[in-house]
Design a protein around this ligand. Structure first.
Ligand SMILES: [Zn+2]
Length: 512
């Protein structure tokens, strides 16, 4: 059997399903593009029947992604399967992933069906899917609480009906590794055509065992691992992609498998998903946590200086961690700035470069040390502002114990300067109220988050804001050494996106 593990990423489906983690279409496409570039084999892009937005995301990703297989999820319902088939239709390599519950507790309480009826459903739905697409994954929901002989029967029916991948998930995060491995061994030994399908693991982390279980399933013969960036996912999350990939790579001596994933992209992927989902990564998270490679204790530091391998089992650069380097200050010239941009992967010409340089100088005046991360924040902040949108020109805030806090905001709206004043309970509230006076809207604020781009009290603040209006979610980001200015920029960026969406919609209605 091949020892290459197929990495199946479900950040955009299982991950996005976790309460509060919903992402915009742009963010999803950006994440899928990066996953494709880094060598993820299969991207589960969404659950097309769940909503119009999900359908749109899956079909857009299917159109844009070059190499990865694009999967759409469907329940064992004909309309679901048709919708999933339609969403992945334009993918270079489409997959329909359909699932049904198999455990007695689900059959009795959720499905209200007996075992024979479920076998019939598996047969019919897998055949329907197979008529739409050659690559079919079938999942036995709650497999780990299903009697083994019945589970084997279900798998046999699914393979006979045309399933090419068989996923046996630990849906409720209940299994322990030895048990999970034994389940795969049993099913593979007792299903006649087991070698006609690839077996897959899908583990939840309710007991903190998702990665351990996934690796045990691989030892039991599974060759696909379903996982998510940062372990994002419902409840305690899914198995973390970065942990699976680095465990296999670091312990090749006892885990003789390979993946196609370029590990130097793991940190980038982690940051992108953290920002898009609004779920920050805990400091002590394995592989991608801020402290994952920080050796603080005296004994460790001494050992590290003498020979890194005394305490380091992985090198930070292997997962794409760059040492924070002091790059430039207020005396750096345009040429050095342009070179730095190229090194960070940005190609700006003409006016965009001019404008970016002006912003850099402005930042260097206010902040002593300008790091790579500062420049990245500055550029990304700039990229999100398009020409016709409203911009923050200046902001004055009166804050402190006295209250009510007051904001005086000047904005450029279509070339016209508008000034408004507002109060609020707290300075952020006052700033947002001032924005609302200039750009009236009904959207509800569903997330407000501040991160420091680097260390120190003069660090730039990066603010993420998420707004919700009529089921639509738009997020905005803003960076500045002043947290309140960053907040205003982030909020305005999100409102700009809402308004752009409204304009597009109005145009579509007029055209129709
Ligand atoms: Zn799941």
């Amino acid at each position: 059997m091949s020892d290459q593990i197929i990495i199946f990423d479900t950040t955009l489906r299982d991950g996005e399903q976790s309460p509060g983690a919903s992402m915009t279409l742009d963010e999803k496409v950006q994440i899928a593009t990066l996953l494709d570039e880094m060598g993820v084999d299969v991207i589960e892009a969404g659950f097309p029947i769940a909503s119009e937005g999900d359908f749109e995301a899956v079909s857009e990703i299917a159109r844009q992604v070059e190499t990865s297989v694009i999967a759409g999820l469907a329940r064992a319902i004909p309309a679901d399967i048709d919708r999933a088939g339609e969403a992945v239709r334009h993918a270079r390599r489409p997959r329909i992933h359909t699932f049904v519950s198999t455990s007695p507790i689900h059959l009795e309480h959720q499905m209200k069906k007996n075992q024979d009826e479920v076998l019939e459903i598996i047969n019919a739905t897998v055949r329907q899917a197979r008529n739409l697409c050659d690559d079919i994954e079938w999942s036995a929901m709650d497999a780990t609480r299903t009697p083994l002989d019945y589970l084997a029967k279900c798998v046999e029916v699914a393979i006979r009906a045309g399933a090419t991948t068989i996923n046996l998930p630990d849906t409720v995060g209940y299994c322990v590794p030895a048990e999970y491995k034994a389940m795969f061994e049993y099913v593979r030994a007792n299903v006649p055509d087991a070698d006609k399908a690839v077996f897959s693991v899908h583990c939840h982390n309710d007991l903190g065992l998702a990665v351990a279980n996934s690796l045990a399933g691989v030892e039991g013969g599974a060759r696909q691992v379903e996982c998510t960036i940062n372990g994002l996912g419902e409840r305690a999350g899914n198995a973390a992609l970065e942990e699976i990939v680095m465990a296999v790579r670091t312990r090749a001596d006892v885990l003789p498998y390979t993946t196609r994933v370029d590990t130097t992209q793991l940190t980038r992927a982690s940051k992108l998903v953290a920002v898009a989902s609004g779920f920050t990564v805990q400091y002590n998270k394995a592989i991608v946590g801020k402290n994952a490679f920080a050796h603080e204790s005296g004994i460790h530091q001494d050992g590290m200086l003498k020979h890194a391998e005394t305490y380091e089992i992985m090198r930070p650069e292997d997962v794409g961690v760059r040492a924070t380097s002091l790059v430039m200050g207020k005396h750096s010239g345009r040429h050095a700035f342009k070179e730095k941009l190229a090194e960070l992967g940005y190609e700006l010409g003409g006016n965009a470069l001019q404008e970016a340089f002006r912003r850099f100088k402005d930042l260097a005046d206010r902040k002593k040390h300008v790091y790579d991360e500062d420049i990245e924040a500055l550029i990304e902040d700039h990229i999100t502002e398009d020409a016709e949108s409203a911009k923050v020109m200046s902001l004055t805030v009166i804050a402190g114990t006295g209250g009510p806090q007051k904001a005086i905001l000047v904005m450029d709206v279509n070339g016209r300067h508008v000034t408004e004043e507002a109060t609020g309970s707290g300075p952020v509230d006052a700033v947002f109220n001032a924005v609302k006076k200039i750009l009236p809207h009904e959207a509800k604020l569903s997330l407000y988050q501040v991160h420091a781009v680097t260390e120190g009290t003069d660090a730039q603040a990066e603010v993420s804001v998420r707004l919700e209006q009529g089921g639509r979610i738009e997020s905005g980001r803003g960076a500045d050494v002043d947290t309140l200015v960053a907040s205003a920029k982030a909020y305005v960026a999100a409102v700009n996106k809402l308004m752009a969406r409204r304009r597009q919609h109005a145009q579509a209605v007029n055209a129709a």
